[in-house]
Design a protein around this ligand. Structure first.
Ligand code: SF4
Length: 163
């Protein structure tokens, strides 16, 4: 089980239920308040050789950009979703050049807003759409921290039954 060494968090996560829950869950873990999960200067200034240590941190923020990328292979859209990065440190990782920018696990607490956007886009479409949420976000890994996967699955199931 992943035990973060420190939590880097955006102040506004306190306005979201999941943000509050995670701050409570990790109340004993040292915290660093950050302006933006996308640009943590302290991390950017670290050497790649420090990546093992960097990946022991958990970043919690709000995803501001919900840009869907058209995909003509496995789905209609690739959707950056509720997390990015991971807690592992595989030596062959394709993120090797980004260890100090984004390879660490970032969790986003505004998941209702993200799901609402998917529903809105789907409802506007004249055909059924497939949204690929797993190419950027590892929901199984997230679930070990948030325990939210079951709720998400139920909500998605209800959504797919509506359309
Ligand atoms: S993104 Fe994949 S390959 Fe890279 S460290 Fe994480 S689990 Fe390993």
């Amino acid at each position: 089980m992943f035990k973060p060494k420190a939590i880097y968090f955006e102040k506004n996560i306190e306005n979201y239920e999941l943000g509050k829950q995670l701050l409570e869950k990790y109340k004993e873990v040292p915290k660093v308040e950050i302006e933006n999960h996308n640009n943590i200067e302290e991390m950017r200034n670290k050497q790649n050789s420090e990546f093992m240590d960097m990946k022991r941190n958990l970043i919690i923020g709000i995803r501001k950009t919900h840009k869907f990328v058209e995909n003509h292979k496995t789905s209609d859209y690739l959707v950056p979703y509720t997390s990015s990065g991971c807690t592992a440190a595989c030596m062959y990782c394709y993120l090797v050049c980004n260890y100090n920018k984004c390879a660490y696990l970032r969790l986003f607490v505004n998941r209702e807003e993200m799901l609402e956007k998917i529903i809105k886009v789907a409802n506007k479409s004249e055909k059924d759409l497939t949204f690929e949420i797993g190419s950027n976000s590892d929901l199984i890994l997230e679930n070990t921290i948030t325990g939210k996967f079951q709720n998400f699955s139920k909500r998605s199931f209800n959504f797919s039954n509506q359309i």
